[in-house]
Design a protein around this ligand. Structure first.
Ligand SMILES: C[S@@+](CC[C@H](N)C(=O)[O-])C[C@H]1O[C@@H](n2cnc3c(N)ncnc32)[C@H](O)[C@@H]1O
Length: 185
């Protein structure tokens, strides 16, 4: 099923499918992230953590054509769909890979994610610790999380971990968090 994604600065057509998150539509939380005025590096390596069909990766690739966008997902159907969507939109700066296929030592200037909250708190914390460790010194990670799925406790956990974590947006039950290295003080 094809979905037209229209954002203020860009538009693309995205194929969606059964077995992959948000079949037939752009997820509301993802839409909030993509419509926010978030920091994004113009060069270097960028990460879409949990890419699904790829709306975040595609938008990052359009906004930062000189960067390389790594689109990562554990679901092979999601990876295949995301790769097709990059092709469909002639975006050649997207690399779609399984998490373990990211080259060791690669770091990211920007991470954007609508993270898989439903995998459970412990697994989500492990996932975020794993990838936030790859954030460059002046990089930022932006996460969109539903309030009722624990956005506020996730923000506190990230701060306790030693990150700076600001709530940069709040709308219709969603929180937009931006994480960067360094303390909150
Ligand atoms: C909430 S969906 C977001 C999908 C897509 N970014 C979007 O906005 O439509 C989260 C995605 O994370 C993926 N995921 C779950 N566990 C993961 C893991 N350990 N590493 C990477 N991706 C994971 C899921 O397969 C799913 O596609």
């Amino acid at each position: 099923m094809l979905v037209d994604v229209t954002l203020p600065d860009t538009a693309f057509v995205m194929e969606t499918d059964r077995g992959v998150f948000s079949r037939g539509h752009l997820d509301t939380a993802t839409s909030m992230l993509l419509r926010a005025d978030l920091p994004i590096a113009s060069t270097g390596n960028l990460l879409d953590l949990g890419c699904g069909a790829g709306p975040i990766a595609l938008t990052m690739a359009r906004r930062s054509p000189d960067a390389t966008v790594w689109a990562v997902d554990v679901n092979s159907r999601a990876r295949a769909l995301c790769a097709r969507n990059a092709d469909r939109n002639s975006l050649t700066n997207i690399r779609v890979v399984a998490p373990d296929d990211i080259p060791p030592g690669l770091t990211f200037a920007t991470i954007w994610s609508n993270p898989p909250i439903r995998i459970g708190k412990a697994a989500l914390h492990d996932l975020l610790e794993r990838w936030l460790a790859r954030l460059e010194e002046h990089g930022t990670a932006s996460l969109v999380v539903q309030k009722h799925l624990g956005a506020d406790s996730l923000q506190r956990w990230l701060i306790d971990l030693g990150h700076r974590c600001d709530r940069v947006g709040s709308k219709a039950g969603f929180r937009l968090l931006t994480v960067s290295a360094g303390s909150t003080t």
